[in-house]
Design a protein around this ligand. Structure first.
Ligand code: G6P
Length: 600
């Protein structure tokens, strides 16, 4: 998904280019296919390239730079028009008096483009964004000053956008947001703007989250935020407590491996101050008095949807009716939501467009909305009635890992609170999870398994109960980063179709813990697979006799099924990681995927 960086000031020794390129590399995790910068120092100097940031860097005439105090940059994830140099941002008007970067979609761009074309303007790109600089230039030509022209152009747009613009001969960056993230950074001698805090966290931890409909003007000496009418708004500056080091790789080859290894710490942080072992109570002090009066509805996408499935089962087991929807399939016409309803959006980024739309629809009928998210100040956090932070810290790799574990843990606590349950046993089990994950990280044989099976035709994952969403998640990780066909199934479904696909070249990963009814049944399903000469890898706590039917075993410590599914998932993350590593894939930035998907 597109990323924006902007900077004005002398904080960085007049090296705007360094700030822009550094910011863009911190935004790479969002996924992109091209990148560009506009430096404004007298005239506007635009450079943009299809491909990775390195392509842009090698195209920059470095000897021409130095002393710039102002600029904007962009990583593009194509929506209108294929990846190419001309479709990359920044876009300019015909005379090059203004340069614009944009994240989001301008829904009425075709009409605007037709009007501008009728007025004699020749478009260079296929993008929706290019209408913006031409509109601004039109208003400038009509005599409006820079800011008024910017506002007048924005007023013509429908859709979602975070936009930043710089003008020829003007020491200011102008910005606006509507349904796309934009954060401002405040330092002693300069101001930053970014799609996300990591874009400038290296330089300042003082941030202002722009709200929808708000405009910002950043100059070397002043930051002014205004509303739609141009009236000044008093904003509050928040301090971000992420260590800049957290956003680096800390010696790991990939962010994904670093983030897998951070799970014990992330979970301890998620539990901090929330678990009382003496009384067995869970305290989520930030949540108001939530008393679901009917069915609780979860909405989420991707990995977060798998966590939402866990949340659904947790509530159902505690006698609270619950259902989970893929956010893109949630629709008020078919899902009866009313002011009594509780709708929970599970979204690590807090910005996913599908999830935000579903939450906004739930808000529109007066339902109580809850965000379970990782990002303080994100759209989901701001637009819902209640927020439960998962506290996983920044996750850079596109494939979600530690945020899934923290979502599972946070939803376990949420279900406990909603049901009024007190359980010393559950609290102790949750507390044990970080150490259990650490022991998996220290002893896992996932790497050897990846070495054995990395050339397979496909991978299948099966599980029952809480292990079913983990089977889906195991398959999602595998397909995302290895580009190999992988599917997860409820173990009982194997015989209803997927069994036709298994062969000696399609290993089946089965999650079996405990020695109860579900374990027994899954072992039955494993026998069906084994009988067909298919290799079986069991993720197990050794309580059943599944080892007898498995070719390999990935061990997890014994615990209850919900916590063992959190730990079992770590083994599957490691298998996916090492398989992708064997195959030489682009692990942190898989092809075609984006970390934060802000279009529906
Ligand atoms: C994208 C990411 C997935 C993520 C999904 C939902 O598709 O690539 O890793 O699970 O969005 O993201 P969210 O931020 O809402 O959890």
């Amino acid at each position: 998904m597109c990323g924006i960086i902007g900077y004005v000031g002398t904080e960085r020794g007049d090296d705007a280019l360094e700030v822009l390129l550094g910011g863009l590399s911190q935004l790479e995790y969002r996924g992109y296919d091209s990148a560009g910068v506009a430096l404004a120092d007298g005239g506007i100097d635009v450079h943009k390239r299809e491909g990775e940031l390195s392509a842009l860097k090698s195209a920059l005439p470095m000897d021409r730079f130095g002393g710039e105090t102002l600029g904007i940059g962009h990583t593009r994830w194509s929506t209108h028009g294929p990846p190419s140099d001309v479709n990359s941002h920044p876009h300019t008007d015909t005379d090059g008096q203004v340069a614009v970067v944009h994240n989001g979609i301008i829904e009425n761009y075709q009409q605007l483009r037709d009007d501008l074309t009728d007025a004699g303007i020749e478009f260079q790109s296929d993008t929706d964004t290019e209408v913006v600089p031409h509109l601004i230039a039109q208003y400038r030509d009509e005599g409006l000053d820079h800011e008024a022209a910017f506002r007048a152009a924005i007023d013509r747009l429908e859709g979602s956008y975070a936009i930043a613009a710089v003008f020829d001969g003007r020491e200011a960056v102008y910005a606006v947001r509507n349904e796309s993230p934009l954060v401002l950074g405040v330092a002693d001698n300069g101001y930053y703007l970014g799609s996300d805090v990591p874009a400038f966290i290296e330089y300042t931890d003082q941030v202002i989250y722009l709200e929808d409909g708000q405009f910002a003007r950043l100059t070397p000496t002043e930051l002014v935020v205004t509303d739609e009418n141009g009236d000044k708004i008093d904003t509050s500056i928040k301090t971000i407590n992420w260590d800049p080091e957290d956003a680096g790789k800390s010696g790991y080859d990939h962010y994904m491996l670093k983030e897998i290894n951070e799970q014990p710490t992330a979970l301890r942080e998620c539990f901090r101050g929330r678990l009382d072992e003496l009384t067995g109570r869970v305290k989520l002090s930030e949540l108001g008095n939530l008393e679901p009066n009917g069915i609780v509805t979860f909405v989420a996408c991707g990995t977060s949807y798998h966590a939402a499935m866990v949340g659904t089962r947790l509530l159902q087991e505690r006698g609270i009716p619950a259902q989970a929807f893929l956010a893109s399939e949630f629709n008020l016409d078919t899902v009866p939501i009313n002011p009594e309803s509780v709708v929970v959006g599970v979204t690590q980024s807090g910005e996913t467009a599908d999830t935000m739309r579903a939450l906004r629809e739930a808000n529109s009928v007066g339902a109580t909305t809850v965000a379970v998210t990782n990002v303080v100040g994100s759209s989901a956090a701001r637009e819902t009635d209640e927020v439960l932070y998962i506290r996983a810290g920044p996750e850079i790799s596109v494939a979600a890992t530690k945020t899934f574990a923290s979502q599972q843990a946070a939803l376990t606590m949420l279900a406990t609170v909603l049901s009024g349950q007190r359980s010393r046993e559950l609290v102790q089990e949750l507390r044990a999870v970080p150490d259990q994950i650490q022991s998996v990280l220290d002893t896992s044989s996932a790497r050897e398994i990846a070495e054995t099976y990395h050339g397979s035709d496909a991978y299948f994952f099966i599980g029952r109960g809480y292990h079913y969403p983990v089977a889906l998640e195991g398959a999602l990780k595998m397909k995302e980063i290895t580009y190999t066909h992988a599917e997860g199934f409820a173990a009982g479904e194997l015989k209803h179709g997927p069994l036709a696909l298994v062969s000696a070249d399609t290993p089946v990963f089965a999650i079996v813990t405990g020695d109860g009814r579900l374990a027994e049944k899954t072992i039955g399903n494993i026998k069906e697979v084994e009988a067909r000469g298919t290799p079986v890898v069991a993720v197990t706590d050794g309580q059943s006799n599944v080892e007898r039917y498995a070719d390999h075993v990935l061990e997890v410590p014994a615990s209850s099924s919900v916590t063992s599914s959190i730990v079992a998932n770590v083994q599957l993350q490691l298998v996916a990681y090492w398989t992708a590593n064997q195959l030489g894939r682009s692990i942190d930035k898989p092809r075609n995927l984006a970390k934060s998907v802000t279009v529906e």
